[in-house]
Design a protein around this ligand. Structure first.
Ligand code: AGP
Length: 610
C-alpha cells in the first residue's frame, strides 16, 4: 500500500516530509520520492529513487533542496510499472509545473492515457498515476482547484491524491475516493497523510477525508468540499494514541512489540465491553431485537482476519446456535452470494482498507444485507461503509504480520457470541459465568506464556533449518493451524501449510518424513485423543513434532520432540492462547533466518488493491 505525506506551512518542508514518510514505512514499498516548490524562485524540484527512504535522504543530502515550505512525498508499492526511479511518485505533467502523488488504482487509466496521447501529451512512466497529472494539465485554465475537480470526474477506481502546482505555491490540493487520506491541522501549517502516525508529532487534530471529498490546504486554513464543489464542514477528530505507539519501545521489531501488547489490548477491550457478565457492543449499530432476528451470519475477510472469522464460526454456532459461513472476501464477491433479509454480514479487517473486503461489503449491501465490521483503524473506509463497527482499539499495528489485531478480533468475536447467546438464551447462567471468568484471565495467561519465550525461541532456532512445515489442528484449532502456517510463511518465506488434522490420511501424510517439521496443536479438548493419534502416525513416519499443549500434560511429551505449553483455559478459548506461541515460533524462526520481520518481501500492511 502506498504512503502519501504533504506539507504546507512555515517550516522547511523536506525534513518534515521525510520524517513523516518514515512513519508510513510499515505499509510496504519499493521506491519513494519527494517534490517541493522553492520559496524564492517558485521552482518545482523533484527527487525520486528505488529502494528505501534512507536512499532518498542520501540523495537529498548530496543535492540539498533550497528553502521550501510546501511539498509532497510518497512511498510506492508497485501496481502498474516496475519499481524504479521513473515510476516512483511524485509524477509531473508535460510542463513539469504540476505534481501528483497517489495511493490506489486508476482503473480506466489506459483509455485516459490514449486520449491524452492523442492530444499530444508525452508520458515518462508506466504508471496509472501519471495520467492524473496530465489530466489536470489538460483541464488547467489558471485555476488549479477547478482543474483538479474536472480531472477527478474522469477517474474511475480508488485514489487518494495530493496535488500541487508551481503556479499556486500557497495551496496543496487533496482528494479521495476508496483510499484513505487524512488532513492534519497545525498552527500555521497543515498536512495531508495516508495515516495518522505520519504526522502525530506535529498535530493530533485530524480530519478523515471522506470518499468524494476534496480539500484545499493553505498554511493557515483548510477548505473541504465535495468533488462537485459543495462546501463541507468536516468533523475534526482528536487522535488519542501515543506517538511511541508507533515506535518500537525497545523491542527489536514492531512485531515483537505488538505480540507483547496483546495482554493490554485484550484487557482494555474486556474492561470496556464486559461488565459483570454483560457484553456491551458499542458501535454495533443493531438493536437487540434486530440482532435476535438474525437467522444467519456471513463473515467476509482476508488472511489472518479470515482465520479469526473461522474461529468465530465455531464459537458463535456453539454459543448462540446461529449458522455462520465464512468466506475469503475475494471469493465472496464473485460467487453470487445468497443473502437473505435476515442475513448479517460481518466484515473483519484490521486496516479497514482491504480492497477485497470493501468490495465484498459493497456487494452484500447491494443485496440488502446489514453489515457490521470488526476494525482496528478508526475512521477507515470499511468502518464508514458499515452499518455498525466494532472497533478493537488494539492501537496501531505496524508489523505487516498481524498479531495483536488477530487476538483482538478473536476476543471481539467471543464477546459477540456471548451477546448473541444471551439473546437466544442458549447457554446457562453458570456456563456464561465460567466463560467470562476464563476470558478475563486470558491477558494474565499471555504474560505466563511470555515467561517461557526463551524456551520457545530455542525450539524455533532448533527447527529453523526445516524447509517445510505442516501445522495441524482440530475443531476450533483448525483455524489456529491455518493462522500458524500463515504467520510462519509470510515472515520466514518457509513453505508452510495449515491442515485439519483429521485430513492427514487423505493426502498430507505422504509429506511426512524426517525432513519435515509438524506443529501439532493439542491443547486440552474433547478431541485431544484424536490429536494424539495423529501425532503417533507422524512419529511413526519420522516426522519432527513440535506440540503445543496444556500445562500439566506430561503424556504429550512421549509423542512430540519438543513441547510448548500454554496455561489451562476454557476449551472454547484455546485459539486465543495457542495464537501466542505460534506467533513467537514464526517470529524467532524468521529472525534466525535474518528475514525482514516487520516488512516481509512482496507484502504490504494493507492490500488496498485487488
Ligand atoms: C496477516 O498477517 C497478513 N498480513 C494479511 O493476511 C492480513 O491479515 C490481510 O491482508 C487482511 O488485512 P486486514 O485485516 O487489514 O483486512
Amino acid at each position: 500500500m502506498c504512503g502519501i505525506v504533504g506539507y504546507i506551512g512555515e517550516k522547511q518542508a523536506p525534513p518534515v516530509l521525510l520524517e513523516a514518510l518514515k512513519k508510513l514505512e510499515y505499509r510496504g514499498y519499493d521506491s519513494s520520492g519527494i517534490g517541493v516548490i522553492t520559496s524564492d524562485k517558485g521552482h518545482m524540484l523533484l527527487q525520486k529513487t528505488r529502494g528505501k527512504i534512507k536512499d532518498l535522504q542520501a540523495l537529498l543530502e548530496a543535492h540539498p533542496f533550497p528553502e521550501s515550505s510546501i511539498g509532497i512525498c510518497h512511498t510506492r508499492w508497485a501496481t502498474h510499472g516496475v519499481p524504479n526511479k521513473v515510476n516512483a511518485h511524485p509524477h509531473a505533467d508535460c510542463t513539469g509545473k504540476i505534481l501528483v502523488v497517489h495511493n490506489g488504482i486508476i482503473e480506466n487509466f489506459e483509455e485516459l492515457k490514449k486520449d491524452l496521447r492523442r492530444k499530444g501529451h508525452k508520458f515518462a512512466s508506466d504508471t496509472d498515476t501519471e495520467v492524473v497529472a496530465h489530466l489536470i494539465e489538460e483541464n488547467y485554465r489558471g485555476d488549479l482547484v477547478a482543474a483538479v475537480r474536472k480531472a477527478i470526474k474522469r477517474l474511475r477506481g480508488a485514489f487518494a491524491l495530493g496535488v500541487m502546482s508551481v503556479d499556486h505555491p500557497d495551496a496543496l490540493v487533496a482528494a479521495r475516493v476508496g483510499s484513505p487520506l487524512i488532513i492534519g491541522l497545525g498552527k500555521n501549517e497543515n498536512f495531508i497523510a495516508s495515516d495518522a502516525p505520519a504526522i502525530l508529532e506535529h498535530t493530533r487534530r485530524i480530519i478523515y477525508l471522506k470518499d468524494g471529498q476534496m480539500a484545499v490546504l493553505r498554511k493557515d486554513k483548510v477548505d473541504v468540499s465535495t468533488f462537485g464543489g459543495k462546501a463541507v464542514k468536516p468533523k475534526i477528530d482528536q487522535v488519542t494514541f501515543k506517538l511511541d505507539a508507533v515506535r518500537k519501545q525497545g523491542y527489536a521489531h514492531f512485531m515483537l512489540k505488538e505480540i507483547h501488547e496483546q495482554p493490554e489490548a485484550l484487557r482494555q477491550m474486556l474492561q470496556k465491553r464486559l461488565k459483570a457478565d454483560t457484553v456491551y457492543l458499542e458501535g454495533l449499530g443493531l438493536s437487540d431485537r434486530q440482532l435476535k432476528a438474525v437467522r444467519n451470519i456471513v463473515v467476509v475477510a482476508c488472511g489472518t482476519a479470515y482465520h479469526a472469522g473461522l474461529v468465530g464460526k465455531y464459537v458463535i454456532e456453539r454459543l448462540a446456535g446461529v449458522p455462520v459461513s465464512v468466506d475469503v472476501s475475494s471469493e465472496f464477491r464473485y460467487r453470487q452470494p445468497i443473502i437473505g433479509k435476515n442475513t448479517l454480514v460481518m466484515a473483519i479487517s484490521q486496516s479497514g482498507e482491504t480492497a477485497d473486503t470493501l468490495a465484498a461489503v459493497r456487494e452484500a449491501k447491494a443485496k440488502g444485507a446489514k453489515v457490521v465490521s470488526i476494525c482496528n483503524v478508526l475512521g477507515s473506509s470499511l468502518a464508514r461503509e458499515s452499518d455498525g463497527v466494532l472497533y478493537t482499539y488494539a492501537g496501531p499495528e505496524i508489523g505487516v504480520a498481524s498479531t495483536k489485531a488477530y487476538t483482538a478480533q478473536l476476543c471481539m468475536l467471543y464477546l459477540f457470541a456471548l451477546k448473541l447467546s444471551g439473546l437466544h438464551r442458549r447457554i446457562s447462567a453458570g456456563q456464561r459465568r465460567l466463560l467470562t471468568r476464563h476470558l478475563r484471565e486470558v491477558p494474565s495467561l499471555y504474560e505466563k506464556i511470555f515467561r517461557h519465550k526463551n524456551a520457545i525461541a530455542a525450539i524455533a532456532k532448533a527447527n529453523s533449518h526445516f524447509g517445510c512445515f505442516l501445522f495441524l489442528g482440530r475443531n476450533i484449532n483448525y483455524p489456529s493451524a491455518l493462522e500458524g502456517a500463515l504467520k510462519l510463511k509470510e515472515i520466514s518465506y518457509i513453505p508452510a501449510e495449515g491442515y485439519a488434522a483429521g485430513e492427514m490420511k487423505h493426502g498430507p501424510i505422504a509429506l511426512i518424513d524426517e525432513y519435515r517439521a509438524v506443529v501439532c496443536l493439542a491443547p486440552q479438548s474433547p478431541i485431544y485423543e484424536k490429536m494424539v493419534s495423529n501425532m503417533q502416525e507422524i512419529r511413526a513416519r519420522r516426522g519432527n513434532i513440535i506440540a503445543i499443549a496444556t500445562e500439566g500434560d506430561k503424556a504429550i511429551a512421549r509423542h512430540a520432540h519438543q513441547t510448548i505449553y500454554v496455561p489451562r483455559t476454557h476449551d472454547l478459548l484455546t485459539p486465543l492462547l495457542v495464537a501466542v506461541p505460534l506467533q513467537l515460533l514464526a517470529y524467532y524462526i524468521a529472525v534466525k533466518l535474518g528475514c525482514d520481520v516487520d516488512q516481509p518481501r512482496n507484502l504490504a500492511k494493507s492490500v488496498t488493491v485487488e
